[in-house]
Structures are given as structure tokens and as C-alpha cells.
Design a binder for this molecule. Structure first.
Ligand code: SAM
Length: 223
């Protein structure tokens, strides 16, 4: 059965000053050919703070991230996505909620990790990524081995990585990949995601499709 297309929604482009506050754009070509021209995606650059940040990789319209940011004003959150309209929607919602502790990055997060300093991410979420595992679609794979290694590098010891998907094949392939690295310990597996609502979780639950959730902790190097 083909997967549902759920991109049909309206979003107004936010005003320039709002974009300047909430949005950073990291062009994939620049990340590849001229990474030195781009500032680091560090807590200091994004928030003027040394405190590690929380990443939402493929944040979509930002429901999860915005909910978390409102609940934890003392923690800084960064949402990554490539889809302009989703980002505009997330930024408009953040602005309306008056959030100061959120930024969005328009980029391919897999490439953008090159600009993320070691140990600077206190938690990372990958919630309902496109479940691509076919060998002929590797370019679109949302969690290739390089990204698993980048997560191991940028999360400090003991920091969590959460993966949630509705797709059993993707879940099996990616948990195997993560565990092969030896860098993550599985601490929790369940069939729901209780950590906050995402748009896709609401969609799948309304269709009675279960989510598969796993939480890992980053193992100490050599541990
Ligand atoms: C199925 S949606 C899930 C959105 C959100 N996490 C949720 O649960 O509601 C997947 C999102 O990941 C984004 N995405 C997929 N691959 C990406 C990549 N390599 N870099 C940035 N965003 C990506 C898509 O644009 C889309 O918004």
C-alpha cells in the first residue's frame, strides 16, 4: 500500500525579523564543498550558551519540539528539516508561543552534523522519519551509518537517542545498525511514544497503526 501524502496544509512565510531570530539555513552544497564558510551549529552560536542542546531530526511542523520547549524553558531545542512550509509553520507557532529557547535549521541534518561540535547535544530524537531501507534509495536513507556515528560523537556519555517509527522493517534494520556500532545501549522499547505528541503519531494513532519506539543511551567510548 502506498504511504499517505500528508503535505496539504497552508503556512504563511514568517516576517524577516522572525525568520532571522528562529531560522538558520545550511545549504547542502556549501556543507559539502565549502563547510569552512559556515558557522558551527553549536549551542554558543545558536543560543549564546554553552549548555548542550536537544535535537529533533526531521522536526516537520514542530509539534513535538514546540511542546517540549514550552514545557522546559531552561533547555534549548533545535529542529532540523528540509521542507520550507513545515518550517514556516513551526516558526509561526514558536513565535505565537513566545518561545525563546527554539531554533530551526533548514538543511539536510545528515550533512549538517559536520558542523556540530563533539558532545554538544544532550538528547536527540528521530521521530517518524521516512522509512527508507531499499538499497536503491540509499541517498534518501534518514539514518545511514555515518549519521549513527555522528550521533555517537555529538551526544555525551549516557545521553539519550530516541527513534520512533510506524514501520517494522525500518525499525528492525535501524536498531540492528545502531547496535552493531557498540556505541549505544538499548534502555527501553515500547509500542507507543509517550514523550510528547508529534503530528505523525496523532495520524497513525487515528488510523490504529502502532508506533515502534526505542530509546538508547550513548555508551562511554571504549565502554
Ligand atoms: C514523516 S515526517 C515526520 C515529522 C515529525 N518528526 C513528526 O513526527 O510529526 C518526516 C520529516 O523529516 C524531514 N526529513 C526527512 N529527511 C530529512 C533530512 N535528511 N534532513 C532534514 N529533514 C528531513 C521531512 O521533510 C519531514 O518533514
Amino acid at each position: 500500500m502506498p504511504r499517505l501524502k500528508v503535505n496539504r496544509f497552508r503556512a504563511r512565510k514568517p516576517p524577516a525579523d522572525v525568520l532571522a531570530f528562529y531560522l538558520r539555513v545550511y545549504n547542502t552544497r556549501d556543507l559539502y564543498f565549502d563547510p569552512e564558510s559556515l558557522p558551527p551549529l553549536s549551542p554558543q552560536e545558536l543560543f549564546g550558551s554553552a549548555q548542550p542542546v536537544v535535537f529533533d531530526l526531521g522536526c516537520g511542523r514542530g509539534e513535538f519540539l514546540i511542546g517540549q520547549a514550552a514545557e522546559h524553558p531552561d533547555i534549548n531545542f533545535v529542529g532540523f528539516d528540509l521542507h520550507w512550509k513545515s518550517l514556516w509553520d513551526a516558526i509561526n507557532k514558536s513565535r505565537r508561543a513566545g518561545l525563546q529557547n527554539v531554533r530551526f535549521v533548514r538543511t539536510d541534518y545528515r550533512r549538517a552534523f559536520a558542523k556540530v561540535p563533539d558532545g554538544s547535544v544532550q538528547a536527540a530524537y528521530l521521530l517518524f522519519p521516512p522509512p527508507i531501507i531499499e538499497p536503491n534509495r540509499q541517498k534518501e536513507d534518514p539514518l545511514p551509518p555515518e549519521t549513527v556515528h555522528d550521533l555517537a560523537r555529538t551526544l555525551p556519555d549516557g545521553a539519550p537517542f530516541h527513534l520512533v517509527t510506524d514501520h517494522p522493517g525500518f525499525f528492525a534494520a535501524k536498531t540492528a545498525l545502531i547496535e552493531e556500532t557498540g556505541r549505544f545501549e538499548r534502555v527501553h522499547t515500547s509500542q507507543a511514544f509517550e514523550g510528547g505528541l508529534t503530528w505523525y503519531q496523532q495520524l497513525w494513532e487515528s488510523l490504529d497503526i502502532q508506533s515502534l519506539r526505542v530509546e538508547y543511551r550513548r555508551r562511554p567510548a571504549g565502554g
